[in-house]
Write a protein that binds this ligand. Structure first.
Ligand code: BG6
Length: 484
């Protein structure tokens, strides 16, 4: 764990990700006393800005700034900030940055200094930036260097391999922290505990008891202004191939030998290797159209006219191993839907017929956001002088059960892991390779690599998704409580 003399350099400091996530997370760690003593945070981007402007931008997304205590902490945080502007592709700019870092370090007592480089940048500059940092800003004596990068890690297997091997020329696997921010979410981290600390759950965690699993991501807003980026990627690349697949691997992997990063990632990789590429028949695509006064995807003027990019996708994955053979895992995600929700829904099999008929199935739901919860849908006797079973819930809603607890932000948790040098919640290179193998053929088909691009099914802004959705899920054996 890094104790002191640490500089965190945020590249792309004038951008959205830094403003909305990285810098507020650094503030969160700072106020809770988790940053190493005397940590400095250096913002770096092309935009020219003076110190005051950067301080303002860096703290503009901090919640509760009108509370006097928070306001004081913000002032103290500002003392830790500085900003350097420069390009991403020329060595001189990085020399200038290095001079700035050395100046800060000259005030540190000990000579051993650590540098954490956070790339909140578009993928087009990942490679030159990682090269220039290594060549111009790497501390060679004493302290550690770490680099944090974020998706998109390429667009398919080939481009991901190119990106990874290019960065690997300069940075070792040990120094590299590939973020998938879903791995920092409290309820995703909770999966390990739910599964392996509860004998009752562990005992029915397989094809003998589970009928089907859905991992669902719903957002109530469209691409609004971000269409240019989104159109190049589409819904599968944006959240399914990474965030939802990560959730799936933790949900289905065998118990790791220990909590050590390599033990966990070895098990995740084994599951990924057991999943064949997604078939066309197991894929449903949609695109939102204007409704209720809200614009359609094609009305976003950053989107190319007539784009057939999917803003909704459902893909069913199969795991060929003894635990999961035959269980469908439906990963579905969409923009401009009726609600904001990310959840895992595990539907168990029917009870054997006999004394009860037409009874609802058990379902275990893990709600990742909003309002974190775990609940088990189960049948119970209605109170009264007769025996009738009705569906009810055993409900662990975090807000009610842990009233005092503050649920950490995913980025706080992951930046802290980086400072601690813990890779458990970061994506290993081979994990990424197998993840791309599962999705590359279907993505190439969607991209029209070998023929016409498939047309997504239209769905109204604010709806549940394409009209084919219910039929799609039913095909895999999902039974709604009312069709029991
Ligand atoms: C990002 C996607 O990775 O995750 C966005 O690019 C998406 O499109 C976001 O909105 C969702 O993250 P969260 O934490 O809000 O669920």
């Amino acid at each position: 764990e890094l104790k002191d003399n640490t500089i965190i350099i945020v590249f792309g400091a004038s951008g959205d990700l830094a403003k909305k996530k990285t810098l507020p997370a650094l503030f969160g760690l700072f106020r809770q006393g988790f940053l190493p003593r005397d940590t400095h945070i250096v913002g770096y981007a092309r935009t020219k800005m003076d110190q005051a402007e950067f301080e303002k931008r860096a703290t503009s997304n901090i919640k509760g700034a009108d509370d006097p205590e928070t306001a004081n902490q913000i002032e103290a945080f500002k003392q830790r900030l500085s900003y350097v502007s420069g390009g991403y592709e020329d060595g001189e700019s990085f020399d200038k940055l290095n001079a700035h870092l050395q100046e800060i370090e000259s005030h540190y007592q000990s000579k051993e200094c650590n540098r954490i480089f956070y790339l909140a940048l578009p993928p087009t500059v990942f490679i030159p930036v990682s090269q220039h940092i290594k060549e111009h800003c790497y501390v060679s004596k004493g302290g550690v260097n770490r680099i944090i990068i974020e998706k998109p890690f390429g667009k398919d297997l080939e481009s991901a391999r190119h990106l990874l091997s290019s960065v690997k020329q300069y940075w070792t696997e040990d120094e590299t922290f590939r973020i998938d921010h879903y791995l920092g979410k409290e309820m995703v981290k909770n999966l390990l505990v739910l599964r392996f600390a509860n004998v009752a759950l562990g005992a029915c965690w397989d094809k003998n008891y589970i009928s089907n699993v859905q991992i669902t991501f719903k957002e109530p807003f469209g691409t609004e202004g971000r269409g240019g980026y989104f159109d190049e990627f589409g819904m599968i690349r944006d959240v399914i191939q990474n965030h939802l697949l990560q959730v799936l691997t933790i949900l289905t992997m065998e118990r790791p030998v220990s909590f050590a990063a390599e033990d966990i990632r070895d098990e995740k990789v084994k599951v990924l290797r057991s999943i064949p590429p997604v078939e066309k028949e197991d894929c449903l695509l949609g695109q939102y159209v204007s409704a209720n006064g809200k614009p359609g995807y094609l009305d976003d003027n950053t989107v190319p006219p007539n784009s057939v990019c999917p803003t909704y996708a459902a893909t069913t994955l199969w795991i060929h191993n003894p635990r999961w053979e035959g269980v469908p895992f439906i990963l579905k995600a969409g923009k401009a839907l009726n609600e904001a929700k990310v959840e895992v829904r595990i539907q168990f099999k029917d009870v054997t017929q006999g004394i009860f008929k037409d009874i609802a199935r058990n379902e275990l739901v893990i709600r990742i956001q909003p309002s974190e919860a775990v609940y088990l849908k189960m049948n119970a006797k209605t109170p009264g002088l007769y025996t009738r079973a009705i569906p009810t819930e055993m409900d662990l809603t975090y807000k009610r059960r842990f009233t005092e607890a503050k649920i950490p932000e995913a980025y706080e948790s992951l930046i802290l892991d980086t400072l601690r040098g813990d890779h458990s919640n970061f994506v290993r290179h081979d994990e990424l390779d197998y993840a791309w193998k599962i999705f590359t053929p279907i993505l190439h088909w969607i991209d029209g690599k070998n023929g016409q691009r498939p047309k997504p099914s239209p769905y109204p802004y604010g709806s549940r998704g394409p009209k084919e959705l219910d039929g799609f899920i039913k095909k895999y054996g999902y039974k709604r409580a009312d069709d029991a």
